[in-house]
Design a protein around this ligand. Structure first.
Ligand code: CAA
Length: 283
């Protein structure tokens, strides 16, 4: 299974980051989102992030311009018809993902591989909603994608060996390190990271410490590069809540109960950095 052309659904921080590393690795990339504006903003952000890498000496100017030349916008899902691999990196909402697969599959090359960047949802269940469960796999990148070395690869029950091997070869070409996780709620990274973030939010909710105290404690006391509340804002509080809900529903243990303060922030639309407001004010 040779992958040359990659389609990416979702031009936000994850989809854009995936497009960034794919283009730098030499893949032709088609980037899709629900509006031309979002695609344009996504491509401009990738360009800005690559320019930052040029300024810091991590990338040559020619590498940047060649990589940018490999990224094209795809206004419709049908524009992804010729891709060898399509990676879904849309909102962490199963209904949204299901609708995308229903629209995408009939136009997609029957031989193409389909992957999801879901942070938590069952790969087996998502695969079953497509016409190709044997060619479906979880390829889960970390944010910010160009910087973070890890990618989790997760097989569904029906994923064939050839798909698994092709996914591992693809991730290796991106110069990332693979961990293989079994298909359980939130896999490895988020199974461990999100309960820690949720606990930090409980710590705030119960008045144990202020936002600044909690983040400073974990940055200086546990050497985390970002405090858990800053990281929650960075990931997006809606995504954090979705992952906690998947853990709570899937593992049926009260230790995964989303903190009511997290629920309240999401209800208020205080979704973190992307919304201008979360535990911190970015306006
Ligand atoms: N694209 C390209 N380069 C980027 C970038 C991006 N989007 N974001 C940051 N960088 C680069 C910067 O240019 C900088 O490069 P130089 O060292 O060459 O100057 C470098 O990364 C460090 O960035 P900054 O100096 O701006 O800031 P920093 O030192 O505080 O690092 C950070 C930023 C890398 C994000 C760091 O704070 C960190 O590692 N935070 C934790 C991130 C984390 O835990 N991610 C996982 C989230 S969980 C997840 O993703 C799973 C999920 O499903 C929810």
């Amino acid at each position: 299974m040779t992958i040359q052309t990659v389609g990416i659904i979702g031009a936000g921080q994850m989809g854009g980051g995936i497009a960034h590393v794919c283009a730098l690795a030499g893949y032709k990339v088609f980037l899709h989102d629900i509006s031309p504006d979002r695609i344009e903003t996504g491509i401009a952000t990738i360009n800005g992030n690559m320019a930052r890498q040029v300024t810091s000496g991590k990338l040559g100017e020619k590498e940047r311009s060649d990589a940018m030349g490999r990224i094209a916008g795809a206004e419709t899902l049908a524009d992804l018809a010729t891709c060898d691999l399509v990676i879904e990196a849309a909102t962490e909402d199963e209904t949204v993902k299901r609708k995308i697969f229903a629209q995408l599959c009939p136009t997609l090359n029957p031989e193409a591989m389909l992957a999801t960047n879901t942070s938590s949802i069952s790969i087996t269940r998502l695969a079953a909603q497509t016409d190709r469960p044997e060619r479906f796999i979880g390829i889960h990148f970390m944010n910010p994608v160009p910087v973070m070395k890890l990618v989790e690869v997760v097989r569904g029950i029906a994923t064939e060996d050839v798909t698994f091997e092709a996914a591992k070869a693809f991730v290796t070409r991106l110069d990332k390190t693979i961990t293989v996780a079994e298909d359980f709620p939130a896999f490895i990274v988020n199974r461990i990271l999100l309960p820690m973030i949720n606990e930090a939010i409980y710590t705030l909710y119960e008045g144990v410490g202020s936002v600044e105290a909690i983040d400073t404690a974990m940055k200086l006391g546990a050497n985390h590069p970002m405090g858990p509340l800053q990281l929650a804002d960075f990931i997006g509080l809606d995504t954090c809540l979705s992952i906690m809900q998947v853990l709570y529903d899937g593992l049926a243990d009260s230790k995964y109960r989303p903190c009511p303060l997290l629920v309240k922030y999401v209800e208020a639309g205080w979704l973190g950095r992307k919304a201008g407001r979360g535990f911190y004010d970015y306006r």
